[in-house]
Design a protein around this ligand. Structure first.
Ligand code: GLU
Length: 290
């Protein structure tokens, strides 16, 4: 019935168009304008400034497969990178005009505070301590802290098993802070980036590596069976987009962009093209408009 109604409407529209036509020549359909329409942004907003500049500087990880990994072509790839490209696209900025800057865990707040980057999309957990220095749009994904060991290890499955063991993590990360605070019996070994932990794990200098489950899954996927993720995630790590502390307008606008992408399938498509090649599809997160 619905189909018939639409068909009838279509036919009526076709007749109306024919009736309007003043010549025998077929009417050309309206040509789309040459330049893509860029939304009008409020004067003085970060969105207007970035759209006018035609470029944006985004901080991301360069050594985390599935989320942010530098490719041989010189641009990073992964789910975080796709989220960054989507936001840039809504500002009318092509991927080729994004300036990617490597952020490691410890320099994300300083890079946002100093204006070195316009935003950070880098497996960046939203939490109250960080909210004293920066603000967060999102979350756009919910991860959880986990443990990775050699495949041959079988005496570590929970963080309680880390007592007396060497566990590697990264300075300025929430997993490192959690171990230091709640598992003081573990010997925490800290480096600047997670890839720094991989060789020590291989050669037995450390017994485990800890960070978010999905970061570890990327290293496992590339390890040819050498590494495994053990046990269940034991924290909640909601990933947000970090930006300047006082820029509520930009934060709310990014939240709108994220919500639109959840609804129209772009968020899931970005996941499936990157982290989703290894990990299951996630549930749609609930944006926190604090
Ligand atoms: N999501 C955690 C954090 O933001 C761990 C991952 C990372 O260090 O990027 O600290």
């Amino acid at each position: 019935m619905k189909t018939l109604q639409w068909a009838a409407l279509g036919a009526a529209a076709a007749i109306a168009l024919t009736a309007c036509s003043s010549s025998e020549e077929p009417q050309a359909s309206p040509t789309p304008s040459e330049t893509p329409a860029v939304a009008e942004f409020p004067a003085g907003s970060t969105m207007a400034a970035l759209a006018d500049a035609g470029t944006i500087t985004i901080g991301t990880k360069f050594d985390q497969p599935l989320f942010g990994l530098m490719s041989p072509g010189g641009t990073p790839e992964g789910f975080d990178v796709e989220i960054g490209k989507m936001i840039a696209g809504e500002l009318g900025i092509d991927p080729g005009n994004i300036k990617w800057v490597e952020t490691v865990s410890a320099n994300r707040e300083p890079f946002i505070e100093s204006g070195t980057v316009d935003m950070v999309v880098a497996t960046y957990t939203i939490n109250d301590k960080r909210k004293e220095k920066v603000s967060f749009a999102g979350p756009y994904y919910n991860a959880g802290q986990a443990l990775m060991t050699l495949s041959s290890t079988n005496d570590i499955t929970t963080p309680d098993d880390l007592a007396g063991k060497n566990v590697c993590s990264v300075e300025g990360s929430t997993p490192a802070a959690n171990i230091a605070e709640n598992y003081p019996e573990a010997n925490l070994v800290l480096f600047g980036a997670y890839t720094d932990c991989l060789e020590p794990l291989r050669n037995g200098e450390v017994d485990a590596v800890t960070t978010d489950n999905v970061i570890l899954a990327g290293y496992v996927a590339e390890s040819n069976g050498e590494f495994k993720v053990v046990g269940e995630p034991f924290t909640e790590e909601p990933y947000g987009i970090g930006l300047a502390l006082d820029d509520t307008e930009f934060r709310m606008w990014i939240n709108d962009v994220l919500e639109a992408s959840f609804a129209d399938g772009r968020w899931l498509a970005a996941w499936q093209a990157t982290a989703g090649t290894v990990l299951p599809d996630p549930a749609v997160p609930t944006i926190d408009r604090y």
